[in-house]
Design a protein around this ligand. Structure first.
Ligand SMILES: [Zn+2]
Length: 207
């Protein structure tokens, strides 16, 4: 694909993929999981940068499909129903960071709704304990799950702070209000921090 370098404005060629199958191509799988697939370097000015383009990622073992796409409705026709019947989780990711995080979450066998709520709970704990303000936070990231405890990292610039959130505790929180957290795979939902914030804004609006 032809691409204009954002730094020197010269034309360059970048390699893009439409579709990655995690099991058929372990090398591409690894580059997706790390985000390296989107890293490129300009041959003219030697600047390194990321280029996001639409990509479909399929994992047939962990049974999930991700659409990296900024379009609200990725074009996949009437394929969703048979995939859902086969037990696939379908998600859209709007950024590379969401995409790599989603791969980590599903490869860990985790429910991404549980993870997003754990990230939100970590955020509340961060604010309540006066570790900083919401403006200080540069990112909230899922790290991993070990012995049924999720590790969430909150970054503020160069600093990082870890929060350990038991899976069972978050599952209980969801069980208290299951309708609120219901999602529909046939809509290829975007399950991210904006989504979880919108849930609480809506329920606050109703109260
Ligand atoms: Zn350049």
């Amino acid at each position: 694909m032809k691409y204009i370098c954002p730094y020197c404005r010269k034309e360059m060629e970048i390699e893009v993929f439409d579709k990655v199958n995690a099991q058929e191509d372990p090398d591409l799988q690894e580059r997706c999981a790390s985000g390296d697939l989107f890293k490129t370097s300009c041959p003219h000015c030697k600047q390194d940068f990321m280029v996001q383009y639409p990509l479909v990622y399929i994992d047939t073992v962990n049974k999930f499909i991700l659409w990296l796409s900024q379009d609200e409705h990725p074009e996949i026709g009437n394929l969703t129903r048979p995939l859902i019947q086969q037990g696939y989780r379908l998600r859209r990711c709007s950024t590379i960071r969401e995409f790599t995080e989603k791969i980590a979450i599903f490869e860990d066998g985790m429910d991404d709704v549980v993870v997003e709520l754990a990230k939100y709970d970590s955020f509340i704990e961060f604010i309540d304990n006066k570790k900083g303000t919401a403006e200080d936070i540069t990112s909230i990231e899922y790290q991993r799950t070990e012995n049924e405890v999720m590790k969430i990292n909150i970054r503020t610039g160069d600093q990082g702070m870890s929060f350990l959130i038991p899976v069972g505790m978050v599952e209980e929180e969801i069980a208290q209000n299951p309708e609120l957290y219901e999602i529909r795979d046939d809509e290829i939902p975007l399950i991210n921090s904006d989504w979880i914030l919108s849930l609480f804004e809506e329920s606050a609006g109703q109260a």
